[in-house]
Design a protein around this ligand. Structure first.
Ligand SMILES: NC(=O)c1ccc[n+]([C@@H]2O[C@H](COP(=O)([O-])OP(=O)(O)OC[C@H]3O[C@@H](n4cnc5c(N)ncnc54)[C@H](O)[C@@H]3O)[C@@H](O)[C@H]2O)c1
Length: 320
């Protein structure tokens, strides 16, 4: 199968691209390297079934030439950072998430491409009174621009799928952790390691440290998506992807401190329930649907974060 991976130079997209190649598929990665890195796909460059095209999904004519001859799109490109920074334009997520997703869908329609997998997020649910949150959560109410625009992407995908006969898989990820670090929009593991490298005596933790979220290792996330695409055949397939439990932010700090061989580190808190405006302080997702399909995470949140911390430190050491 000829596949297009948008955002394929990113942390998750690059692992997915490698997995697709190992299954024998052809892979074209389109990425503008805004938060991704060529390093992430360096081992793939030069493989006969792999191609990289530098480009922005806001550019319709670039997308048009990328889409020619494609059988399935894995759409991962997005502004990956949930945090809204005061002073930034409020249409950043709208353009990079919703408009770019529309551009991808429109190019698919023009070229008769009938299959799409999409990386959505737990942020579409916002603050839910029901925990764990099922896919059928009535009227999700996102509290961030990131979550709102990803929900809008899901709406566009549902409509294009219905109108133009596309089969689509929407994956709502919990926090995905692994060894790769983005250029910008650091995840909690990368953030704690970077702060402690700067100042090993004290760690600034956003919020009150009581936030509790679910975590899944990148390789498990990729395995779950490949499994779902193979086994779920509705016209629109929506899955929460994660594990059953959650982990407190202070426990992540403890794991990072221990893995870095530090002791006596004092924790400072910025305070407040969430780490930043739009942060959902506590969530875990109901993963019954993907479990019933036949896939279950091998690691719980603590094991996933522990592995991510170890592998991130190893990767940093190797690149010194
Ligand atoms: N990492 C997580 O915890 C998490 C959780 C929920 C959802 N997601 C979603 O998963 C996907 C991948 O996330 P990631 O963690 O690998 O982030 P990432 O930043 O590593 O990957 C995103 C990639 O998209 C590229 N990109 C962004 N805008 C683009 C554009 N307009 N045109 C072309 N390329 C563009 C970036 O350069 C980057 O390589 C994103 O859609 C993200 O929203 C991630």
């Amino acid at each position: 199968m000829r596949t297009l991976v948008t955002g394929g130079a990113g942390c998750i997209g690059s692992d997915l691209a490698a997995a697709l190649l190992s299954q024998g598929h052809e892979v074209l990665v389109v990425d503008n390297l805004s938060s991704g890195k060529l390093d992430h796909i360096e081992p793939l460059l030069g493989l006969p079934k792999f191609r990289f095209m530098g480009g922005d999904l806001e550019d319709g004519s670039m997308l048009d030439s990328a889409m020619a001859g494609i059988d399935m799109v894995w759409h991962f490109a997005a502004n990956p950072d949930v945090k809204f920074v005061e002073g930034e334009p409020t249409d950043k997520d709208l353009r990079q998430n919703t408009i770019c997703t529309y551009n991808v869908l429109e190019a698919m329609r023009k070229h008769g491409v009938k299959q799409l997998a999409f990386s959505s997020t737990s942020a579409v649910y916002g603050v839910s009174p029901v925990q764990p949150i099922p896919e059928s959560a009535f009227f999700p109410r996102p509290i961030s621009l990131y979550g709102a625009t990803k929900l809008a992407c899901e709406g566009m995908i549902s409509a294009f799928g219905n109108l133009f006969g596309m089969r689509c898989w929407i994956f709502r990820f919990v926090n995905i952790v692994g060894p790769k670090v983005r250029k910008k929009g650091r995840t909690v593991v990368g953030d704690f390691i970077a702060r402690l490298q700067q100042n090993p005596g004290s760690l600034l933790i956003l919020g009150d440290g009581q936030q509790a979220k679910s975590y899944l290792l990148t390789e498990e996330c990729v395995a779950a998506m490949l499994f779902a695409v193979e086994h779920a055949n509705e016209s629109l397939n929506v899955f929460n992807l994660g594990c059953d439990d959650w982990l407190q932010v202070t426990s992540i700090a403890d794991l990072v401190v221990r893995a870095m061989g530090l002791s006596g580190v004092s924790y400072e808190f910025t305070g407040g329930e969430g780490g930043w405006p739009g942060d959902v302080p506590r969530f875990r997702l109901d993963v019954g649907a993907i479990n019933r399909l036949g896939w279950r995470a091998k690691l719980n949140s603590e094991q996933a974060v522990e592995q991510a911390v170890q592998s991130t430190l190893r990767m940093m050491q190797a690149s010194r």
